[in-house]
Design a protein around this ligand. Structure first.
Ligand code: HEM
Length: 398
C-alpha cells in the first residue's frame, strides 16, 4: 500500500490509526464478516443506503442480541423499529419542529459572539466555542439550567469513555464493567432529567421538556420514561456532535487554504463547507443494525439475527459513489454525504447541527478572517476508534 496525501494528513493530525477510511484503505469487499467480534461490517455506500432504507429487514433493536437490556435504553428512539418508532418520532417531532430550531438562530449568534468576546489572540476553539455553544443551546432548549452543564458534562464524558471496542464473541469482564459504568452515568442523567420533567408536568413552561410532556398525537402521549430517554438522547447528542462538526470544519479550511479562500469570497459556500466536512471527517463512523431474516448483501449471504456495523464514514469515502473522495471540495455538487444516516432514523438534530455550524462559522470568519492553527500547539483528536473529531484545536486568531 502506498502512502497517499490522505494517509499522511491523518497521521500528521494524529488521528487514531484504526481509522482506515481516512487513509485510503477501504476494504475491497463492501460487506465482510469479523470473526473476532462476531459481527458483520458494511462499508460500501450503496450497501449502507440499502441497509438504512429497509428497517423491516435491518432492525435498530440491536440490544436484543446483548445479554442484558436496560430500562435506560429501552424505548429510546434510536433503537425502535416500526410501528413504535413512527409513533414516537411523530410525537417528538411535534415538539422539536423546524420552526423551533430556526427560531434559535439569533440566540446561537448572540452566544457565539459572547463566547468569542473573551478570546485573546489565541484560543482553543473546542473549549472556548465548539463545546460550550451546542451544550448551552440544547440545555436552554430543553429548559434545564445551563449552569448545570459541568454536572452533565461529567456524566456524558464518562458515558462516552467506553472504548467502542465491543465484541459479541468475547464477553469479557472488562466489557461488562464498562457497560455497567456507562449505565451508571446514564442513571444519573436520567434522574436529573426525570426531576425536571416531573416539574414541567406540574408547572409547564415554554421549553422543550414542557412541550414533550404535553405532546399528543392521535390520542398518544409520551410516558415519563419516554420523555426522559428522549431528553437523554438530545443532551448526549447535543454535546459532542456539533463540537466535532465545527472543529473539523475549521481544521479542514485551515488545511486547504484555497478552499478557505473560496468560502471567504462567497459566504454562500458555508453550507457546502459544512456538508463536505461531514463527508470528509464524519463525526460518527458507525451505526448498527440486526438482521431480521437471511439476506443477500454486497454479494454475500448474511444469516438472520446477525449484528451489523454500518460504516457511514467509509461510505462517505467510497470511490464507487464519490469522485475523488479523498479531496476536500466545498463546491462538491451534489454532496450526498451520509453522516446523518438515512431513512426513518435520519438524524433529528441535523437541522440544529447545520444551523449551529453555519452561524458559528460565519461569525468566526467575520471576526477573525485570518484565523489559523497554532504552529506551536498541534490539534488533538478524540482517541475513540469510531469517532472523528478534535478535542483541542489551538488557533491563532489575528
Ligand atoms: C440520529 C448523526 C447531531 C439527535 C442520528 C443518526 C446519525 C446521527 C448517524 C442515525 C442513527 C441510526 O440510523 O442508527 C449525527 C451527527 C451530528 C448529529 C453526525 C452532528 C454533526 C445531532 C444533534 C441532535 C441529534 C445536535 C439533537 C440535539 C438525534 C436523534 C436521533 C439521531 C434524536 C434519532 C432519530 C431517530 O432514531 O429517529 N444522528 N447527529 N443529533 N440524532 Fe443525530
Amino acid at each position: 500500500m502506498t502512502r497517499t496525501a490522505g494517509t499522511q494528513l491523518a497521521d500528521r493530525w494524529g488521528i487514531n490509526p484504526e481509522q482506515f477510511w481516512l487513509r485510503d484503505r477501504l476494504p475491497e469487499r463492501p460487506v465482510t464478516y469479523d470473526e473476532q467480534k462476531g459481527m458483520w461490517n458494511v462499508y460500501g455506500y450503496q450497501e449502507v443506503v440499502r441497509v438504512l432504507s429497509d428497517p423491516a429487514t435491518y432492525s435498530s433493536d440491536t440490544a436484543r442480541l446483548l445479554p442484558e437490556r436496560s430500562e435506560f435504553t429501552e424505548g429510546s428512539i434510536i433503537s425502535l423499529d416500526p410501528p413504535q418508532h413512527q409513533k414516537l418520532r411523530k410525537l417528538v417531532s411535534h415538539a422539536f419542529t423546524p420552526k423551533v430550531i430556526a427560531d434559535l438562530e439569533p440566540r446561537i449568534a448572540a452566544l457565539t459572539h459572547e463566547l468569542l468576546d473573551d478570546a485573546g489572540e489565541r484560543i482553543d476553539l473546542v473549549s472556548q466555542l465548539a463545546y460550550p455553544l451546542p451544550v448551552i443551546v440544547i440545555a436552554e432548549l430543553l429548559g434545564v439550567p445551563a449552569e448545570d452543564r459541568n454536572l452533565f458534562k461529567e456524566w456524558v464524558d464518562k458515558l462516552l469513555e467506553r472504548s467502542g471496542q465491543f465484541s459479541l464473541v468475547e464477553q469479557s469482564e472488562e466489557q461488562d464493567k464498562q457497560m455497567e459504568a456507562a449505565l451508571e452515568q446514564l442513571g444519573h442523567l436520567s434522574d436529573y432529567l426525570g426531576e425536571h420533567a416531573a416539574e414541567r408536568r406540574r408547572h409547564p413552561r415554554e421549553d422543550l421538556l414542557s412541550k414533550l410532556v404535553q405532546a399528543e398525537v392521535d390520542g398518544n402521549k409520551l410516558t415519563d420514561r419516554e420523555v426522559v430517554n428522549f431528553a437523554n438522547v438530545l443532551l448526549i447528542a447535543g454535546h459532542i456532535t456539533t463540537t466535532m462538526l465545527l472543529g473539523n470544519t475549521v481544521l479542514c479550511l485551515d488545511e486547504y487554504p484555497e478552499q478557505k479562500a473560496k468560502v471567504l469570497a462567497d459566504r454562500g459556500l458555508v453550507p457546502g463547507a459544512i456538508e463536505e466536512s461531514l463527508r470528509f471527517l464524519s463525526p460518527f463512523a458507525t451505526t448498527a443494525r440486526v438482521t431480521n431474516t437471511e439476506v443477500e448483501l454486497g454479494g454475500t449471504t448474511v444469516g438472520a439475527d446477525q449484528m451489523m456495523l454500518v460504516w457511514l464514514a467509509a461510505a462517505n469515502r467510497d470511490p464507487a459513489h464519490f469522485t475523488e473522495p479523498g479531496v476536500f471540495d466545498v463546491t462538491r455538487e451534489p454532496n450526498t454525504q451520509i453522516a446523518f444516516g438515512r431513512g426513518i432514523h435520519f438524524c433529528l438534530g441535523a437541522p440544529l447541527a447545520r444551523l449551529e455550524g453555519r452561524v458559528a462559522l460565519n461569525i468566526l470568519l467575520d471576526r477573525f478572517p485570518g484565523l489559523r492553527t497554532d504552529p506551536a500547539h498541534a490539534p488533538e483528536f478524540i482517541p475513540a476508534p469510531t469517532m472523528t473529531g478534535v478535542r483541542r484545536l489551538p488557533l491563532v486568531l489575528k
